[in-house]
Design a protein around this ligand. Structure first.
Ligand SMILES: [Zn+2]
Ligand SMILES: [Zn+2]
Length: 346
């Protein structure tokens, strides 16, 4: 699926046309920003997490799914005055630049933005993972001259276990404590729907209950064709119906009064950060599930190898370790230190 990258003599280095500005990465000959950090005239948006998809742009180019989720989250009027949807691999010319999108495997609609100008190609991957996710197409490596990556979990200690094994731990706990309600903290875009899909794949066909904050995006996923099965609102009034049930709620809700009113809740959380015991403890999490929508250390290194770029730019996260590891592989690294990403999910 990935297009060949032909090497052209004297092609302009991406540094000369893809610039770091206070509003984010600006593609000068294209006249657009990728995942701008504030409202701009023309934006290409990798995915609908709030740190990448900000409200109030004039024109937004993204996948159909990302645009739909943006409309759900911020309302029609804030999701871009003009919205242009691109299919996977469909090329458009923006200014003087060819632009296309390929799957990033992060959340539904999440894309890498490929840009080519005068034979020089840069790819902004947004957020991504390499582990298969039943709710979104898998990451497609695009050969390029500069690969722009995040580094949320770029330390050798971050090696995510198989998500199926984490789901099995959750279901074991439900078996063990049938009189209690398992409430799982998870972000509402991506993680919530992935947990539902993983539970379905593991054979859990009973209703799954949702905190009110999770309903709208699940509805959007269903509207976009992702099958999630029987989802029901979790209200404290149904305390008895929730005995033995699985409830998905925002991370902020699991430790507060809302969760405590459920039947003897087992507080769980699904996040890559659950690898860090201290974080789980501080959040009052009894059953931490290490399920991440970001690449772990091995996935990051595998991706550098797969895209074969001679140069990698790191937007945010633990850039030092990744840049060091890239250097050992003969890849030049550059830390962009963009401030404003990584606020929402993990
Ligand atoms: Zn994200
Ligand atoms: Zn992000």
């Amino acid at each position: 699926m990935a297009a060949e990258k032909v090497h052209i003599e004297n092609m302009p280095h991406p540094e000369t046309w893809l610039k770091v500005t206070p509003s984010g990465l600006f593609c000068e000959p294209g006249g657009f920003y990728v995942d701008p950090l504030r409202a701009v005239e023309r934006a290409v948006v990798t995915h609908a997490h709030s740190d990448h998809a900000r409200p109030g742009h004039q024109a937004v180019l993204a996948t159909r799914e990302t645009l739909a989720i943006m409309r759900t989250r911020m309302g029609e009027d804030q999701a871009g005055l003009s919205q242009q949807a691109l299919a996977w691999g469909e090329r458009v010319r923006v200014g003087e630049v060819d632009v296309w999108l390929e799957p990033a495997g992060h959340v539904l609609g999440s894309a890498q933005v490929a840009m080519e100008w005068q034979g020089s190609r840069a790819v902004v991957s947004g957020d991504y993972k390499r582990v298969p996710d039943p709710t979104t197409p898998g990451f497609v490596p695009i050969p390029c001259d500069v690969f722009v990556t995040e580094a949320t979990f770029a330390l050798p200690v971050f090696r995510h276990p198989k998500p199926e094994a984490e789901i099995a731990r959750l279901l074991d706990s439900v078996d063990l404590f049938p009189e209690r309600t398992h409430v799982v903290g998870c972000y509402s875009l991506g993680k919530c729907q992935r947990l539902v899909a993983l539970l379905r794949a593991a054979g859990w066909d009973r209703p799954i209950y949702l905190h009110g904050a999770h309903v709208a995006i699940c509805d959007t996923y269903a509207m976009l064709g992702v099958q999630l099965g029987d989802l029901r609102p979790a209200t404290v009034a149904q305390k008895d119906a929730l005995v033995g049930a699985i409830v998905l709620a925002p991370p902020s809700a699991i430790a507060d009064r809302w969760a405590r009113r459920l039947a003897e809740p087992v507080v769980c959380a699904a996040s890559g950060w659950m690898r860090v015991r201290q974080r789980a403890k501080q959040g009052g999490v009894e059953l931490p599930l290490v399920i991440s929508d970001h690449a772990d250390w091995d996935e990051l290194l595998q991706t550098l190898e797969d895209v074969g770029a001679p140069e990698v730019w790191v937007t945010h996260g633990r850039e030092e370790a990744l840049i060091h590891a890239a250097g050992l592989r003969g890849i030049r690294g550059r830390a962009l230190r963009l401030v404003g990403y990584g606020e929402e999910e993990a």
